[in-house]
Design a protein around this ligand. Sequence first.
Ligand code: HAM
Length: 422
Amino acid sequence: MSKTIQAVRGMNDLLPDVVARWQRIEAAARTVLAAYGYREIRLPLVEKTELFARSIGGLTDIVEKEMYTFEDRNGELLTLRPEGTAGCVRAGIENGLLHNQVQRLWYAGAMFRHERPQKGRYRQFHQIGVEAFGIGTPDLDAELILLCARLWRALGIRGLTLELNSLGTSETRAAYRRVLVAYLERHRSVLDEDSQRRLEKNPLRVLDSKNPAMQEIIRGAPSLADHLDDASRVHFKRLCEHLASADVAYTLNPRLVRGLDYYTGTVFEWTTDRLGAQSAVCAGGRYDGLVELLGGQATPAAGFALGLERLAELLALDASETGDGQAPQVYLAVLDEAVRAPALKLAESLRDRGWRIECHGGSGSLKAQLKRADKSGARFALLLGPDEVARAAVSVKDLRGDAEQTTVALNLIGDYLKQKLA
Ligand code: HAM
C-alpha cells in the first residue's frame, strides 16, 4: 500500500457531525443579519498582495509573517485572503457601491493565515464578516454590537465579554505613538525580544503582548484614552451610552489595539474564558480611513468578523443538540434484490411528498439493514420484500418507539407517515 496523504497542517476537514453545528450558526446569522438589513456579498479567495499590504499594514504580523503569497503563472503577486474587510472594500469601490451610499454587507468563508496552529487557531479558518459603509455616527457602532448580542442570544451562547476601546483618529494615534515610544524607550532594557521588535515597527502592538513578564510595563504605560481627540471621545461616549440604554454590558479595555492597522476610533472584541488562549470569538471596529486609502472617496465604515471554528467549539461545549434536521426520517430496507425497482419507485414517490428517505444500497441481511437504519437516525424503517410487493404493501417498523411492526398499503404509506411524523 502506498503512503497516505494527509491534510495540510492547520487546515481541517469538517466532518458531517460538525457541519451540522456550523449550519446552525450560519442559519442563525443569516436570519439576524437580514433583521438588520445586511445583504450578502461573495468575494474572491485570492486578491493582489498589494491590497492586504496597503490595508492591513506592512508592519503587522499578518502581512509580515502570515500570508500565503505566491506568484501566479503570469508572475503576478497574489495572496490567499487572510481576512475579508480589504476585499470587501476593494469590491465596494470597484463596483461603485460606496460613493454617497449606505451599504450594509456581509460575507462568509475561508481565510488563510500561516500562524502556528493550536486549539482554536488554524491556517485555514472561517469567518462571517459584516461591514457597514456610509454611516459615521456611533449608532452604527452600537448597531453592530447589538447585532452580535442578538446572534449570541439566538444561539443560546452566554457568558461572552464585550471589550471596548477607542483608538482615536490617525493623528491622535500618531501623537500617542510618540508618547508611548518615549515611555518604552525608557524601559527598553526590560522589553522582551518581541516587544523590542514591535517598538521599532509598530509600538502600539507592544500593549498587546501576552508575555506575563511584560504586563507590569504595559500597566504603567501612558493610556491612549488620555490622549484621545475630542471628536473621538464624544463618539465613544455616545456609543457607551447607546449600549447602556440597550442593556448591553461591556468592559473598557484600554490595551485593546487589534492586529490590523486600518482601525480608527471604536474597536471591540467579544471574548470567552472557555476556549483557552484563543479567546476572541468575534472582533472588529471602525475603519473610517480605509476606503480612501484604497482609492475610493472618503467613506466612514465599521464592521466585525466572527470566527466560526471558535463559535462552533463554544456551542459544542454546551451541546444539547437536538439533531440537525438532516437525518433521514425514513430508512427503506430492501429485502430482496428482486424488489429493487419497486423500492426505488417507493423512495422517489415519498421524496416527491417531501420526506427524507435513505434507501439501503447493496445487499444485506434484515438484521444488518435494521442496524444501519438505526444508525441513520431515521424514525421509521420501511421493509420491502417480495411478500410486501405481492400484497402492494410495506412493513413499517418504528425505530424510536415500542409500537408493534405493522403493514400499510403502498398507496397509503404517504398519509401514514404524514400522520406519524407531523
Ligand atoms: P481578526 O480579529 O483578525 O479581524 O479576526 C476576527 C476573528 O476571526 C477572530 O476574533 C477569531 O475569532 C477569528 N480568527 C482569526 N484568526 C484565526 C485563526 N488563525 N484561526 C481561527 N480563527 C481565527 C479581522 O479579520 C477583521 N477583518 C474583522 C473586521 C471586519 N473588522 C472590521 N470589519
